[in-house]
Design a protein around this ligand. Structure first.
Ligand code: FMN
Length: 148
C-alpha cells in the first residue's frame, strides 16, 4: 500500500480546504494518507511516505507562511530520493506578480531533496471551486501514477 503525507499552511481556511480535497482523493485511490498543519510538522515526516505534498498560502507580496519558516528551511536538507512530490496552493490573483509565489518556492525546495515532481503545481484563486477541484483530482492522479 502506497502512503502519502499532506502538509498545509492556512490563515483563513482555503489551504486547509485544498489539503482536504487532495487527502480525500488520495484516500479514494487507496493511498494511506495523513494530513497536518505546517507549524505542527517536521518535514522529516516525508522520509516515511511515498508521496509528499505541501499546500501553502502566500502572504505580504510573495512571502512564505511565517509559521512555516522552520519547515521550509529544513525541507531542502532532506534526502527524498525515490519519493514523489507535489505543491498546490491558494493565493489571490489581486497580488498579480506575487500570485501564489509560495507554491513556486516550495517547488524549488522540494527539487533540492532529490524527490521527483509528480505533477505541475496547482495554483488556486481564493476558495477552491469546481474547476479547481477537478484540477486537484488530476494533480493527485498524476502523482499517484508517477509513484508506481
Ligand atoms: N496571495 C498571493 O497570491 N500573493 C500574495 O503576495 C498575497 N499577499 C497577501 C497579503 C495579505 C496581507 C493578505 C491578507 C493576503 C495575501 N494573499 C496573497 C492572499 C492569500 O494568499 C489568499 O487569501 C489565500 O487564499 C489565503 O489562504 P488561507 O485561507 O489558507 O489562509
Amino acid at each position: 500500500l502506497a502512503s502519502a503525507h499532506v502538509v498545509y499552511a492556512t490563515i483563513t481556511g482555503n489551504n486547509e480546504d485544498v489539503a482536504d480535497i487532495i487527502t480525500e482523493h488520495l484516500e479514494d485511490l487507496g493511498i494511506d494518507v495523513s494530513e497536518t498543519e505546517i507549524s505542527q510538522t517536521d518535514p522529516s515526516v516525508f522520509e516515511d511516505v511515498d508521496i509528499c505534498i505541501v499546500c501553502p498560502y502566500t502572504y505580504d507580496e510573495g512571502a512564505l507562511p511565517e509559521e512555516g519558516m522552520d519547515f521550509y528551511e529544513d525541507l531542502p536538507e532532506l534526502d527524498l530520493n525515490g519519493k514523489v512530490y507535489g505543491v498546490a496552493g491558494s493565493g489571490d490573483t489581486f497580488y498579480e506578480e506575487f500570485y501564489n509565489l509560495a507554491v513556486d518556492k516550495f517547488d524549488a525546495a522540494f527539487a533540492k531533496t532529490g524527490a521527483t515532481k509528480g505533477a505541475e503545481s496547482v495554483k488556486i484563486n481564493l476558495e477552491p471551486g469546481e474547476e479547481d477541484i477537478a484540477n486537484l483530482d488530476k494533480f493527485v492522479e498524476a502523482i499517484v501514477e508517477k509513484s508506481k
